[in-house]
Write a protein that binds this ligand. Structure first.
Ligand SMILES: [Zn+2]
Length: 217
């Protein structure tokens, strides 16, 4: 189930309403690239959404979500891992800020848990891993960002990678064939947002830039 799709003719991303207005029944999934079908338009119970068909492996579908902390690496590099650990330590605040923005208010105590998970799996030693991927990897480990009790989140969500990833290091070592994005998924609505992995750590999160645009000082 998804509320976003790619128009086959233009390659542009649009929401369900756009496809309804244009009377287009088939589109492409932004995650797995397969054809998806617009469904339940006349249903009162279920709002219109895109359907993958049976047996889809797409990670936008709740049951296909992977436990990313268990995704293995194809190669380990202990030497590079030592240096990366130092880099992570020196950039912890920036990494936290990025995680905080992605998770719409991820708390420090939750961030610490994610670091513990990363330590446990020794992801720092995954071959070729670079600093700019760290916030995205950490955020994939967080089980659910609940809306209840949060002032920033409109609905609960979690993050996924595209389904074809077999080894975690495919993400940074096979940049040509693996999409350099993470997807924000609602367990009820499917794809909420596509987030491009940035090539550098961004010290100022988007929500803060936006929130402070009109702040008079
Ligand atoms: Zn898909």
């Amino acid at each position: 189930m998804s509320y976003f799709a790619i128009d086959i003719d233009t390659g542009e991303k649009h929401d369900v309403e756009w496809f309804q207005i244009k009377r287009k029944k088939v589109a492409l999934c932004p995650i797995c690239d397969s054809e998806i079908e617009l469904r339940a338009e006349s249903s009162i119970v279920t709002s219109a959404h895109f359907w993958h068909g049976k047996n889809s492996i797409c990670t936008s579908i709740k049951k296909n979500r992977k436990k990313y902390e268990d995704l293995p690496a194809s190669q380990i590099d202990k030497e590079a891992g030592k240096k990366l650990r130092e880099d992570v330590k020196n950039n912890l605040y920036t990494i936290f800020l990025t995680c905080n923005a992605l998770g719409e208010g991820l708390k420090y105590i939750e961030f610490k848990e994610l670091i513990f998970k990363a330590n446990e799996k020794m992801i720092w030693d995954y071959k070729g891993l670079q600093l700019n991927y760290i916030p995205y990897i950490l955020i994939l480990f967080h089980e659910m960002f609940y809306a209840k009790g949060s002032k920033l989140r409109d609905e609960k969500f979690y993050f996924v990678l595209e389904p074809s990833i077999k080894y975690f290091d495919d993400l940074w070592n096979k940049q040509q064939s693996i999409k350099q994005s993470i997807w924000k998924i609602s367990p009820d609505k499917g794809v909420l947002e596509i987030i491009q992995i940035k090539q550098n750590l961004d010290p100022v999160p988007e929500w803060f830039k936006k929130a402070t645009e009109k702040l008079v000082i």
